[in-house]
Design a protein around this ligand. Structure first.
Ligand code: GAR
Length: 187
């Protein structure tokens, strides 16, 4: 199988990156992680790129036209597929135009509910009965592209923000690889 050359974008802990690296080493998993892009030089997740010898590229989103630089780097590494794994920046049209239906994101809520930031506090405040995670395509509107995989669980009275995050991420580690398999099985 020819694996798709994939770039993972991160901003922080990188636990989804770590999980995807481990899946991508499987013989039948459809992607190879060829590049990591990160907008935060202190991101712990960068260590996974270092440990596993994956090229990484740090970006400064304060610079004008930084996304042209990102695009150049993606082309240099012949990237054909992109996963946003805890990347806390909005992707601009430069990337969505160049990678139509080739960029997916993981979000810690049952989209279309709770788009954007601070999802767990809003979920608790809203007294939701259930929550979960969504893997979806990126389009030009925030957290609004077509869903690929969604997984949920019931919220208990003991669940605070910390517990919600742990439970949600546990599902993310299943949902992200599942979504990738689904995309390449269907195409
Ligand atoms: C993940 O839980 C992901 O759903 C969330 O950031 C976390 C990153 O964790 N993404 C968003 O909130 C995007 N709006 P990780 O760095 O340990 O993978």
């Amino acid at each position: 199988m020819v694996k798709k050359k994939t770039c993972i974008f991160i901003s922080g802990q990188g636990s989804n990156l770590k999980n995807l690296i481990s899946h991508s080493r499987g013989y039948n998993f459809p992607i190879k992680i060829s590049l990591v892009i990160c907008n935060n030089r202190e991101a712990i997740g960068l260590n996974y790129a270092k440990i596993y010898g994956i090229p990484y590229f740090l970006i400064n989103t304060k610079l004008k036209n930084y996304e042209n630089k990102v695009l150049q780097t993606l082309k240099k590494y012949k990237i054909t597929f992109i996963c946003l794994a805890g990347y806390m920046k909005i992707i601009s049209k430069i990337l969505t135009k160049n990678y139509p239906k080739k960029i997916i994101n993981i979000h810690p809520s049952l989209l279309p509910k709770f788009k954007g930031l601070n999802t767990f506090s809003r979920i608790l405040k809203n007294k939701e009965k259930e929550t979960g995670c969504t893997v979806h395509y990126i389009n030009d509107k925030l957290d609004s592209g077509n869903k690929i995989v969604q997984k949920k669980f019931f919220i208990t009275s003991k669940d605070d923000e910390k517990v919600l995050k742990i439970k949600t991420q546990k599902l993310e580690y299943k949902a992200f690889p599942e979504a990738i398999i689904k995309i390449f099985r269907d195409n």
